[in-house]
Design a protein around this ligand. Structure first.
Ligand SMILES: [Ca+2]
Length: 453
């Protein structure tokens, strides 16, 4: 018996307002759908039924192409070059009609053509938390709490020596709350073409940033690596939704701005495609650690997901940090600490807390108690999801780099230093989610004690 619950973040359409889009906007109302891929067009010999125009795509060109040349090819076809994507030798395009589509994919300079798909934040639910100080968006608590996830991974045992100082962690997300007094984000930041600032307008990015590096002071919470610097890369909108092209644009900025670790608590149910893999290869080739959320669908494995299924990333499944209870009459079994979260996608690299605990009632209704972190507007709130699991790993990556590890040691240190390897995460009694199998639960002291070559 399967219990379907509404754990999936709604994929909400986003209005497009890129510079130079006047022509595109006159073509009709946003949002636009994704174009078919070149492979699909070639195999069908026609535009697939149901394709709507204008459509959004990513055109890639050869290594020897340059931005102005790419823009010229796109314009010649009658499509609109929304912005250049140097990280993938490509261009984000808006294609007005079928004729322009065929002209573009038939251009001799073009290498490949992909749909520009939608990505979304991976925080499916969790009880709405109480803002700090008991008032909505209030000034925060007067004392500091060590959240259950930070405590479960033992980060609070290593701060005497390791705090992630001088490590820059890019939060590729909905932005960061620059006014939150328990965060000190870098002054430099990036926002995609649809936005006007790096300021968070959803809360997801602020919560994720707080898990990585909420300040060690006398208020709110403390992050895994409290002296690491979080850097806002705003690519998701107020609904937690965005486009492949805008995330890739953000990753292009990351590549050029001295970032050490990238956290992406976002994704889509689709296999990793050419532009995504090229972008990840460029990041890892530059010595940047890439940490991504596995996804919140227990019926999927990470190989079905982007970017979790891209080679070279550290994908993170979600577990619970504390014991919960299970009274479900259809499924017996404890939901103890280190059990895979109900929703988590399978076969990730490592597991980390993405929820505090779960309680299931007799009717098999679940209550997810979320991870405590920072609230947009001030204070704290709870959220759950693999979105919350990934930044625990990004924080430990920052601790390792701050302690002098080289970037290529980080993934090995994190997996080989994990706890209860070979047994946890435990299978969820209701969904059957197992998360990652064998690589265990993230451990900050374990990772720091590892001696990978
Ligand atoms: Ca604090």
């Amino acid at each position: 018996m399967r219990f379907q619950m509404t754990f999936f973040a709604a994929i909400v359409a986003v209005g497009m307002a890129a510079p130079g889009m006047a022509a595109a906007q006159s073509m009709g109302a946003a949002p636009f759908a994704a174009c078919p891929s070149l492979d699909t067009l070639e195999s069908l010999g026609e535009v697939p039924e149901g394709t709507s125009f204008p459509c959004l795509g990513i055109a890639t060109f050869g290594r020897d192409s340059d931005a102005s040349g790419r823009g010229a090819v796109v314009a010649r076809s009658g499509a609109v070059a929304r912005f250049d994507l140097g990280i993938v030798d490509g261009s984000a395009v808006l294609v007005p009609n079928e004729r322009a589509l065929w002209d573009l994919v038939g251009a001799p300079e073009l290498l490949q053509f992909y749909p520009d798909r939608r990505v979304h934040a991976f925080a499916p639910g969790g009880k709405k938390g109480k803002p700090g100080g008991g008032s909505s968006g209030g000034g925060g608590t007067a004392t500091q709490t060590v959240p259950s996830g930070v405590h479960r991974i033992g980060a609070d045992t290593v701060w005497g020596a390791d705090t992630g100082l001088n490590v820059r962690v890019a939060i590729v997300d909905t932005g960061i709350d620059f006014n939150h007094t328990d965060l000190a984000p870098a002054d430099d930041c990036f926002f995609a073409a649809s936005y006007s600032s790096c300021q968070d307008d959803n809360g997801h990015g602020t919560h994720v940033a707080g898990i990585v590096a909420a300040l060690d002071n006398d208020q709110d919470v403390v992050g895994v690596a409290p002296d690491a610097t979080v850097v806002a890369v705003k690519v998701l909108d107020a609904n937690g939704s965005g486009l492949d092209s805008e995330v890739l644009d953000g990753l292009g900025w990351v590549l050029a701005h001295s970032i050490d670790v990238v956290n992406m608590s976002l994704g889509e149910t689709a296999a990793c495609n050419g532009p995504w893999q090229t972008a990840i290869d460029n990041l890892t080739g530059a010595g940047i650690v890439v940490v991504v959320a596995a996804g919140n669908d227990y019926t999927e494995t990470v190989s079905d997901m982007t970017p979790a299924g891209c080679a070279g990333v550290i994908s993170v499944a979600s577990t619970v940090a504390e014991d919960g209870s299970n009274k479900c009459i259809f499924a017996s079994g404890a939901i103890n600490r280190d059990t895979a979260s109900y929703f988590t996608t399978n076969e990730a690299t490592i597991a980390a807390p993405g929820g505090r605990s779960e309680d299931w009632n007799r009717g098999c209704g679940g209550r997810l108690n979320g991870i405590l972190s920072l609230n947009l507007g001030g204070g704290t709130t709870t959220k759950s999801g693999t979105s919350m699991a990934a930044p625990h790993v990004a924080g430990v990556a920052a601790l390792l780099l701050g302690a002098g590890a080289s970037w290529d040691q980080v993934a090995c240190d994190i997996t080989s230093g994990s706890e209860v390897s070979g047994s946890a995460p435990y299978t969820h009694p209701i969904s059957g989610a197992t998360g990652t199998q064998g690589s265990g639960i993230l451990s900050a002291p374990g990772a720091l004690a590892s001696s990978c070559p």
